[in-house]
Design a protein around this ligand. Sequence first.
Ligand code: PLP
Length: 415
Amino acid sequence: MHFFTYKKNKFYAEDIAVEKIAKEVGTPCYVYSQKTLTRHYAAFDEAFESVPHLICYSVKANSNIAVLNTFIKQGSGVDIVSGGELFRALKAGANPKKIVYSGVGKREDEIEYALKTGILMFNVESPEELRTINKIAGRLKKKASFAVRVNPNVDAKTHPYISTGLKKNKFGIATEQAIKEYIFAKNNLKNLVPIGVDCHIGSQLTQISPFVDALKKTKNIIATLRKEGIDVKYLDMGGGLGITYKDEDAPHPSKYGKAVISETKGLDVTLIFEPGRVMVGNAGILVAKVLYTKQGTEKNFIITDAAMNDLARPSLYDSYHAIKPVRKNSGKEIIADVVGPICESGDFFAKDRELPPFKSGDLMAIMSAGAYGFSMSSNYNSRPRAVEVMVTGNKFKIIRDRESYKDLIKGERLS
Ligand SMILES: *Cc1c(COP(=O)(O)O)cnc(C)c1O
């Protein structure tokens, strides 16, 4: 559910015409709907209202501090994967006691930063990392709370690049070894406190069953650990709930909630969730202007002022994003590729897509661009990154300026 709709023939973000925003801030621009963000958070939160839980929004999906602050004001914690994300989260007002830190490659300075901040816990992904955290905590005279990210060897049935819960993936520690590590830490790593078990199996999951499979395995681990006298207070289920980009039948958070709650009955844990995509994906669009159209010998091309540096998902994952005209027209539909100006054939938003007859100067909305859109954008081809705008009702605010040419060479110098 989101608040991007047509009113007559004009496309609106909440109560403001997208063409009005584009006229004021230029294109390409990211437009987020705050009402959609708060609604998504509330839907997820309500799905678990009957059990102790903590939502830690996954910062990497969309890291703008205005987006983070929107969730934080609703009570959200954050899931971070770098020192940079910790910095952003704190700037956005995050409560350190609601921060979990995931990722396979945490640097020592990042661990130190998190320990000094006093985060809730580290989701540890390797035995060496566990020892490193223990060492740094000792140096700082602090106790570090942790969960081991277990790799349950469950197929998330999603794109291979965003599947993370298989043995062949780089993430987490396999069950048997994870249990050994908890016991080793209990006996030998005195600056560590085990408080949870963590499991994140992948992204854009459109079925509930892989979550339940992973949960069953995680429950067994918790039972084993408790027998060993390890006090597991938190079960972190990670993120991964999918959304509808095209025709996926993505489960509503309430359905996910029912399955998880019934599977964890009597377990006596606080559930942690790290949703990213489901919170922001359909709450954002990328608005682009058509620069040129051309009829090739085999294909029609619509060339826009947005490119793969602005939204990398189609080139990275061959992903589908719906494309809508910002002003509807009544011409005959065409079949075309929608492409950007970058010097790569991978620079496309749609291929062989049936579209309204866009012409030079028309605006288009590339839908479902709120997650892994701006946060994955780059300066490739020396293109300044797009402006980001937050809409609330009939008002909008620039939440990140468009980059300038000067920004492009920040920190560079002639040799
Ligand atoms: C990326 C990631 C998430 C968020 O995944 P979504 O599919 O966007 O919900 C949560 N936890 C971890 C550890 C991640 O790497």
